[in-house]
Design a protein around this ligand. Structure first.
Ligand code: TTP
Ligand code: MG
Length: 406
């Protein structure tokens, strides 16, 4: 029976293809890269295991070591009980290779992985040293998403030499679950029409943000799987878990409206002014918009970005928010055009009394991408394709797919 109210993909982001890439036992894999004898062996990376040390914790353990119950954040003494150091045992007894944490080295490897991810995704959200989301909507298509995802894994493996697990799904939350689903060396692709079935039978803990404490709280409500949560009454969930409950309920239903954005890179730049008393004097309003446009232009300069869309926000009493915007054919940085556009957009509100006004630029491109922006600009003028961002889909996926591109 279909689950009530569950509409996977029925969101504004239903066209997204999101990859989540998470490196397998990352620090241990890095150690194996420079010490290939460790491959296939139990490896524990952490601090405090040398004789005379007493405190320390496991940073990570290879999957072979995890079989003995060694895991991240465990006290090192406990790890040593479960798996002593190779040097201290007879060769027939189970033992692990212990290695100290070497962040500088792991950062180097992570940077090499990131370089590949930025090459293969249009937008890359780095979440931690070994984990990132990629928006690949315009790089692939659902019927070839598995090949694309495999290519991402293989490219990391062949170029850098460390294993990754990759999940592909129509949203960030599901992609994260997918990359975790088949670890290590996993590859799980969940197209929109399989999302509901994929989520239904997974244990509730598989939902990102549900730890052991929330999981047992869910179980008290007879919710053991993600599907159970999807079917649960939202009011019950909200009563017990508040806003976070609503969010988890949505994610369980395959709904997650977040888009993949780059860290430290705003989607828009804006400035606004509130008036103590609403203002209807046209001169005052247009002067204000002129000043705000100038302020936005100077932010644009400082950030060294180009923008394609100029918009205004006008708030009418009591809190009636109106936004208007205009998008140009390509990325620009033209203070005069920005100001004129903002003023033209404001025209519509002549005679209104206004309590707040703002100017905003969006569809930003950052200077290091300037070359690809120029490419997209050419593509766009030549293209009869719809409003997707460019470069165009087919062309790029073929080019990016070429396996000889290392
Ligand atoms: P994770 O991706 O959580 O773990 P992992 O890559 O070791 O293993 P998995 O295959 O399950 O993804 O974390 C990435 C790295 O961060 C990990 O290799 C070591 C470090 N780390 C710590 O130092 N302490 C911790 O408690 C955790 C969880 C990770
Ligand atoms: Mg990892």
């Amino acid at each position: 029976m279909p689950m009530a109210g569950r509409l996977p993909g029925a969101t504004t982001t239903d066209q997204q293809i999101v990859l989540h890439v998470d490196m397998d036992c990352f620090y241990a894999s890095c150690e194996r890269l420079r010490e290939p004898e460790l491959r296939g062996e139990p490896v524990v990376v952490g601090m405090g295991y040398e004789p005379g040390d007493s405190v320390g914790a496991v940073a990570t353990a290879s999957y072979e070591a995890r079989e003995y119950g060694v895991e991240s954040a465990q006290p090192i003494s406990e790890a040593l009980e479960r798996l002593p150091r190779t040097s201290s045992t007879e060769s027939s007894e189970p033992a692990a290779y212990y290695r100290p944490v070497d962040m500088e080295y792991y950062q180097e490897i992570a940077a090499a992985v990131r370089e590949i991810l930025h090459d293969l995704g249009d937008t890359v959200r780095e979440v931690s040293i070994d984990e990132a989301y990629l928006d690949v909507t315009d790089r692939t298509d659902w019927d070839v998403a598995e090949g694309f995802s495999r290519h991402v894994k293989q490219r990391i493996r062949s170029t850098v030499g460390v294993p990754a697990s990759v999940g592909a799904a129509p949203n960030m939350s599901a992609a994260k679950i997918a990359s975790d689903h088949d670890k290590p060396d996993g590859l799980t692709v969940v197209p929109p029409d399989e999302l509901e079935d994929f989520l239904a039978d997974l244990p509730i803990e598989d939902l990102h943000g549900v730890g052991p404490v929330s999981a047992s709280a869910f179980r008290e409500l007879d919710i053991a799987t993600i599907g159970d949560l999807a079917d649960a009454d939202i009011e019950t969930i909200e009563d017990r878990f508040g806003d976070r409950g609503r969010e988890l309920h949505n994610r369980a239903r395959g709904i997650d409206d977040r888009t993949v954005t780059e860290r430290g890179r705003p989607k828009s730049l804006s400035r606004e002014t509130s008036f103590g008393d609403p203002v209807s004097d046209w001169d005052v309003l247009s002067e204000q918009v002129t000043a705000l446009s100038r302020a936005v232009s100077s932010r644009v300069d400082r950030k060294d970005v180009l923008y394609q869309t100029v918009g205004i926000k006008v708030v009418l009493p009591p809190y009636d928010v109106k936004t208007r915007e205009r998008t140009f054919g390509g990325p620009i940085d033209e203070p005069d055009l920005l100001r004129e556009t903002a003023l033209e957009l404001l025209d519509e509100f002549e005679g209104e009394s206004v309590r707040k006004v703002g100017v905003r630029v969006s569809k930003l491109s950052f200077s290091e991408n300037e070359q690809s922006d120029l490419d997209s600009w050419t593509d766009r003028t030549d293209s009869s394709d719809t409003g997707r961002s460019y470069p165009r889909r087919g062309q790029v996926s073929l080019e990016r797919f070429a396996p000889e591109r290392r």
